[in-house]
Write a protein of this length. Structure first.
Length: 125
């Protein structure tokens, strides 16, 4: 499991005493909230470039970002990883989920491009 966390770059460092982050620690009962925040951050990174590349109206960006964030959050919180699975399995699953969720709204080709953009972002970060 440590290897997966390292591969996904989710291993943190040691905090200084009384660090502000200690005041907002996500425990077992609030991990879904952290997943929701991360999903929104990812959507905000990906959507502006995607909207420009696809020639979509800027007014569509918020709806696309919301759908991406909701889809990623659902994927992050429901995906079950095998003990020996790589982080790539989660990345591929979530990218595919975004593609499927966006197909009706965007069409097959743009939704596939969005899925690839999400996969690239997750792989990079």
């Amino acid at each position: 499991m440590i290897e997966i966390l390292e591969e996904l770059r989710l291993i943190g460092g040691v905090l200084a005493e009384n660090d502000i982050a200690e005041q907002r620690w996500y425990g077992r009962d609030t991990i879904g909230e952290l997943s929701r925040e991360e999903a929104h951050v990812i959507a905000q990174r990906v959507v502006p470039g995607f909207v420009r590349e696809q020639g979509l109206a800027a007014s569509e960006a918020e709806a696309i970002a919301t759908l991406i964030a909701n889809t990623l959050h659902r994927c992050f919180t429901t995906h079950v990883m095998a003990p020996n699975a790589s982080g790539g399995a989660l990345i591929e699953s979530c990218a595919r989920a975004v593609e499927e969720a966006m197909t009706e709204q965007l069409g097959l080709v743009p939704a596939a491009a969005l899925g690839r953009a999400i996969q690239a972002d997750l792989s990079e970060h």
